[in-house]
Design a protein around this ligand. Structure first.
Ligand SMILES: NC(=O)c1ccc[n+]([C@@H]2O[C@H](COP(=O)([O-])OP(=O)(O)OC[C@H]3O[C@@H](n4cnc5c(N)ncnc54)[C@H](O)[C@@H]3O)[C@@H](O)[C@H]2O)c1
Length: 270
């Protein structure tokens, strides 16, 4: 169902890798709500070619950009503005990569060169994206930028490893840049702290299935899906949430504020 919440709005969506990606579902929902889109992902991710299917479905060009490369980001924003014939209203940052996680390095035995890459791709990239938009004055007033995060930034989930630190930094960048962009242009910047969902990035976390089942049992509403997340993001890109900025918004079926549930107690008593 469409409410035309994004009619006339123009947005850039980072991070649609395949149909499971949060960004993929979000692009489809934004399009349904009337937005015009530009899609982007790392040049290496494009080799899979999947993104072209999405591009066709949402009638959007794909402009490759590695989020750690300022020239790529500049070309992306310039290309998007040329395509739209004007400025941009919203940006979804749906990008993460845990190099130590990927290489099986434990949190107590990090390779710091990998760590730097992890933080650059997963956290500082939000600063890079915002700075690129800032320098080019690419965002319209009351524009909205959202990035995806996870509650491991606040509480320990041992197997989330270095990504916990990366998400804490990402949330901090959203707050800090959100202040400056708010003052300068009334642009809002938020992070959405999403329930676990099985995607390429999510599935990389050790013991992911058990972890997801636990979250399901610990959430009064159950885990939020990609589709739910896409709906929430549409609301954040719409004019209905104009005064929300610099927030870390939990979108997790109540998990973040639940101490224990009856289901978990019963499981423990078995
Ligand atoms: N899956 C979950 O359980 C979950 C939960 C909370 C938050 N998140 C966050 O949601 C976001 C999206 O992840 P997802 O679960 O949809 O997985 P995904 O693997 O589909 O998306 C991650 C994306 O990051 C892109 N990427 C990696 N390195 C890049 C680079 N250098 N330049 C540009 N793009 C790059 C990948 O190509 C991919 O499209 C991530 O920030 C993730 O941490 C995921």
């Amino acid at each position: 169902m469409s409410y035309n919440l994004l009619k006339g709005k123009k947005g850039i969506i980072f991070g649609a890798l395949d149909e499971k990606s949060i960004a993929w579902r979000t692009a489809l929902r934004c399009y349904e709500e009337g937005a015009q889109l530009v899609l982007t992902n790392a040049p290496v991710a494009m080799r899979m070619g999947e993104i072209n299917k999405l591009a066709e479905a949402v009638n959007a060009p794909v402009i490759p950009a590695d989020v750690t490369n300022m020239d790529d980001l500049k070309k992306l924003f310039e290309g998007a503005m040329a395509h739209f014939g004007g400025k941009i209203d919203f940006v979804l940052h749906s990008v993460a990569m845990g190099m130590n996680v990927r290489k099986g390095k434990h949190y107590t035995d990090l390779d710091y060169n990998f760590s730097q890459k992890t933080l650059d791709i997963s956290s500082l990239s939000l600063h890079r994206v915002l700075k690129t938009a800032w320098d080019l004055d690419a965002l319209n007033e009351w524009g909205s930028v959202a990035a995806l995060t996870y509650i491991a930034a606040q509480r320990v989930f041992p197997d989330y490893n270095e990504m916990a630190d990366a998400k804490a930094l990402l949330e901090s960048v959203a707050r800090s840049f959100g202040y400056h962009y708010g003052v300068r242009k009334k642009v809002r910047v938020n992070t959405v702290s999403q329930s676990p969902v099985k995607t390429t990035a999510g599935g990389g976390v050790k013991g992911f299935d058990g972890f997801m089942m636990y979250a399901e049992k610990m959430s009064p509403l159950g885990n939020a899906t990609q589709e739910d997340c896409a709906n929430y993001l549409v609301s954040l890109f719409s004019d209905l949430t104009k005064m929300v900025t610099m927030q870390n918004l939990f979108h997790d079926g109540g998990f973040s504020f639940t101490g224990v549930t009856q289901e978990v107690i019963e499981q423990m008593e078995k």
